[in-house]
Design a protein around this ligand. Structure first.
Ligand SMILES: Nc1ncnc2c1ncn2[C@@H]1O[C@H](COP(=O)(O)OP(=O)(O)OP(=O)(O)O)[C@@H](O)[C@H]1O
Ligand SMILES: [Mg+2]
Length: 301
């Protein structure tokens, strides 16, 4: 499998704080690679190194065979389209002005700009005039235009840092449809999200916790590696008291409150009999949310 990103023993220190600690992973060409972790886990910091925006303290980053070299960050920047977590577009500029600006920063010729815009507008099926001010766009469309800006120089790798934060559920679904279409046209997507339903769409996932990479694999691999034993969805007639939960948790490998339900893996399946007849118990497959809670938030560990 051809690799587009290789991160080897990456460390990033801010003062005496290590934001990224000895992280190594690869991203394969053409995949959707999900980079997950709680707030402050080091995702954006890793991304900033991959995009050539900050220097690593130590370790090596290779993007499309180009090694990160201080002073030659532009070589990497040309290969990467980056949609940042906080800033996407200038609200007080039109769609056209934003895209012209993005093209200028990447030295895209006006001929290439026209061609790329036509292709990319078709991809997102933009139905707004280019003269529309970005401030007038709904958040879902704004993110799509931001994606066009990130792709305006035809990068091979697209890095999307929480692209759907603050976007409606319907628009989130449309954005993921676009992400899939990007891989159809040969792009590789590196994406962070706090939405586990979205992360289920990734080919492979890396999980970060407090600057360290703690797990990596396909969604089924992560589910299988994280849990041994059958998971049950347990729904008591009335919510369980804290004390009752604590007692049950003692007897389980996993006992995780999930709204009005509990996700449970028993140490001994005979304990199924301890629930009263008003409790519904059904076999389920673990969700990525279960994996995340178990590994990243360290609960029930
Ligand atoms: N320039 C900086 N100077 C000092 N500390 C920083 C700097 N940038 C990030 N940090 C710290 O490094 C840690 C990792 O931050 P980072 O932004 O990479 O996390 P993240 O996983 O992207 O979190 P989130 O999900 O909230 O976006 C945090 O504790 C953050 O406060
Ligand atoms: Mg971040």
């Amino acid at each position: 499998m051809q690799k587009i990103v290789e991160v080897n023993n990456l460390c990033v220190r801010f003062g005496d704080f290590w934001a990224v600690k000895n992280v190594s992973f690869c991203v394969n060409c053409g995949e959707i690679f999900g980079f997950l972790g709680a707030n402050g886990a080091g995702k954006t910091t890793t991304i900033r190194v991959i995009c050539g925006l900050i220097n690593p303290t130590s370790g090596e980053v290779v993007v499309d065979s180009e090694h990160f070299i201080r002073g030659k960050e532009d070589v990497i920047k040309a290969k990467v389209g980056y949609m940042s977590q906080r800033f996407t577009l200038y609200n007080d500029l039109s769609i056209k002005e934003n895209l012209d600006f993005a093209a200028t920063t990447h030295n895209v010729s006006s001929k290439d700009l026209q061609r790329n815009k036509t292709e990319l507008f078709e991809l997102i099926q933009l139905n707004r005039k280019e003269s529309t001010l970005v401030s007038e766009l709904p958040s879902g469309i704004k993110q799509q235009v931001a994606l066009v800006a990130a792709l305006i120089h035809q990068p091979k790798l697209v890095v999307l840092d929480e692209p759907t934060a603050g976007v409606s559920p319907a628009s989130r679904a449309s954005f993921w449809e676009l992400i899939r279409r990007l891989t159809d046209i040969g792009k590789t997507v590196f994406v962070t999200t706090h939405y586990m339903d979205e992360a289920e769409n990734c080919g492979r996932i890396a999980l970060m916790r407090a600057g360290e990479l703690i797990a990596m694999g396909t969604v089924p691999e992560l589910k299988q590696k994280t849990f041994t034993g059958q998971m049950y969805n347990v729904t008591p007639r009335t919510p369980l008291a804290d004390e009752e939960c604590a007692q049950l948790a003692e007897r389980c490998v996993l006992f995780e409150p999930c709204g009005i339900h509990y996700h449970v893996i028993f140490k001994d399946e005979r304990d199924l009999a301890m629930f009263d007849s008003g409790t519904t118990v059904e076999k389920i497959q673990p969700s990525l949310e279960d994996v995340f809670i178990q590994l990243v938030e360290g609960r029930s560990a």
